[in-house]
Design a protein around this ligand. Structure first.
Ligand code: ADP
Ligand code: MG
Length: 537
């Protein structure tokens, strides 16, 4: 029985974009199919390892081209999908943030940019196809599933009995454009080229007839001098599902009692789910070249969750579970070393490539600052690579540069927190500091409210909020005579505002504003107070 089902609304919109092909580079549809096949083979191997302690033989990817029929098939003997999985994985887009992305896409001209962040994967086949057929059978299931669609609003789905284990995707290529020989995806030379370019590192053989097209060499195991930048980029795209170039590539190797190799990437922009609890994390764990798990949160501190890459450890069991990982002392050591290396790489960027550093900080600074709430060891390294808006200019400043500009006799680093730069800049608290020529850091990220309390000082200089307590700016205390003169007003204000304020004081700190609100030094800052209130506390 053949059923006709509708694509979920968001999936339909995304397909529309594919059919009208917003990418100039259509070659990548093949990379996406191979990438999915490779993931499916990884999964099948993991299941087999857990069940029988051995990897199945002959895991591979096969490409078949028929230039007469104008079809291209990518077949794997991986994990396969059940009928329900086909419906939920192929018929809908489960990823969070899709709706938001589509909305932004409509409003913006840089659609390719935006959508790249998202990785359309399987749907990219519709850039070159007028019909796509997928036949799959899940490991252990008797029956298979046939899925077919022309990329319009619907797809068909039916049970098939003779499907081999794994998945085969057949792309029915659009009629040949005689003008453009470049786009002949049924041509074997073209296929060889694309595989070599985008998928060489895939760890399973990709076969075309008898020929294996890829070298299967693990990129992280090859000396950096031998690997082309493009190869790193393609690998990054495979593991990150991001289509942009990485900002920075980091390779590491540790020898001795606990050996591992790592290949890490700092993306060039923040993923849409950076601040979502269930967002995808970046590190894959391998053991001796065998993929073990995605999303290993144990290998990178949370504040560096945007770092993508692979860690290949030589001495772990292939059956290692997440529970064991969490407790493993070696894994904790690796995490420390990886974090250190990432931070030192950023520090190098600050001097070597200021533009890259600025991009890094703009995209990830908010997440990195969460690390200031952690161990003291990290605090110093994180403060060293942090930048903050300041009254000294339009560009963010480092703390080291701030300290260098400090006035004679100034021994504290002044900051003010708030919701926006404009709000902070218009605050009466700033007046006296501005008037006296003191630089003040303007901290407007929500996390700033919290870390400033966790960090005692930088370089021996205390961090001091200008909105708290009486910051001593060598200003004269209000004279007794003046206080007497204003006593009736102060009393009246104090009584009138009795529910709102603790005390009304005469002050000399303001120059143009008539009054300002100040917290006691051990009170929480106004913005934090607001935040807590918003959270209902
Ligand atoms: P992504 O790979 O980023 O998850 P895709 O659109 O490429 O997104 O694929 C969607 C999902 O469909 C995959 O996550 C996977 O679960 C499933 N899938 C796609 N191709 C295969 C395949 N060859 N074998 C098994 N499952 C697949
Ligand atoms: Mg994919």
């Amino acid at each position: 029985m053949t059923e006709t089902l509708e694509f979920q609304a968001e999936a339909r919109q995304l397909l529309q974009l594919m059919v009208h092909s917003i990418y100039s580079n259509k070659d990548i549809f093949l990379r996406e199919l191979i990438s999915n096949a490779s993931d499916a083979l990884d999964k099948r191997r993991l299941v087999a390892l857990a069940e029988d302690g051995a990897s199945p033989d002959d895991l591979h990817i096969e490409i078949e081209a028929d230039s007469e029929a104008r079809t291209l098939t990518v077949r794997d003997n991986g994990i396969g999908m059940s009928r329900d999985e086909v419906v939920s994985l192929i018929g809908t887009i489960a990823k969070s943030g899709t709706a938001e992305m589509l909305r932004r896409l409509k409003e913006s001209k840089e659609s390719a940019e935006l959508i790249g962040q998202f990785g359309v994967g399987f749907y990219s086949t519709f850039m070159v196809a007028d019909k796509v057929t997928l036949i799959t059978r899940k490991a252990g299931d008797d029956a298979g599933t046939r899925w077919e669609s022309a990329g319009e609003g619907t797809y068909t789905i039916e049970e098939v009995t003779d499907a081999p284990q794994g998945t085969a995707v057949t792309v029915h290529l659009r009629p040949k454009d005689e003008e453009d020989a470049l786009y002949d995806y049924a041509d074997e030379t073209k296929i060889r080229q694309i595989v070599k370019k985008y998928s060489d590192f895939i760890s399973f053989p990709i076969r075309l007839g008898d020929e294996t097209l890829n070298s299967m060499k693990a990129l992280w195991a090859r000396p950096r001098s031998e690997v082309k930048d493009e190869e790193y980029t393609e690998f990054y795209r495979h593991i990150s599902h991001d289509w942009t170039d990485p900002l920075e590539t980091i390779q590491m190797r540790a020898e001795g009692t606990f050996e591992y190799e790592a290949l890490l990437f700092i993306p060039s922009r923040a993923p849409h789910d950076l601040f979502q609890r269930d967002g995808r994390r970046g590190i894959q764990l391998y053991v001796k070249r065998v993929f073990i798990m995605d999303d290993s949160r144990e290998l990178m501190p949370d504040y560096l969750r945007f770092v993508k890459g692979v860690v290949d450890a030589a001495d772990l069991s292939l059956n290692i579970s997440r529970e064991i990982l969490q407790q493993d002392r070696h894994i904790q050591l690796i995490r420390r070393r990886l974090a250190k290396k990432v931070l030192s790489t950023i520090k190098d960027l600050m001097t070597k490539d200021a533009d890259k550093y600025a991009t890094f900080w703009r995209e990830f600074g908010r997440a990195v600052k969460e690390g200031l709430l952690g161990e003291a060891d990290d605090q110093k390294a994180i403060l060293d690579i942090s930048s903050f808006a300041s009254t000294a200019g339009d560009e963010p400043t480092t703390l080291a540069a701030y300290v260098e500009r400090m006035k004679d006799g100034q021994d504290e680093i002044y900051f003010m927190t708030g919701e926006t730069r404009a709000q902070v800049e218009n605050s009466p608290h700033l007046e006296a500091f501005k008037a006296k020529g003191y630089e003040v850091l303007l901290l407007t990220d929500p996390v700033d409210e919290i870390w400033v309390d966790a960090v005692p000082d930088y370089d021996g200089k205390k961090l001091q909020s200008i909105a708290r307590g009486s910051v001593d700016l060598d200003s004269e205390p209000a004279s007794e005579e003046k206080t007497g003169e204003f006593a009736p007003l102060l009393t009246w204000l104090g009584e009138t505002l009795t529910d709102e304020v603790k005390e009304v004081r005469l002050s000399t700190r303001l120059t143009t504003s008539p009054a300002c609100l100040v917290s006691d030094s051990d009170d929480i800052t106004p913005t934090l107070e607001k935040m807590y209130r918003a959270m209902g506390q």
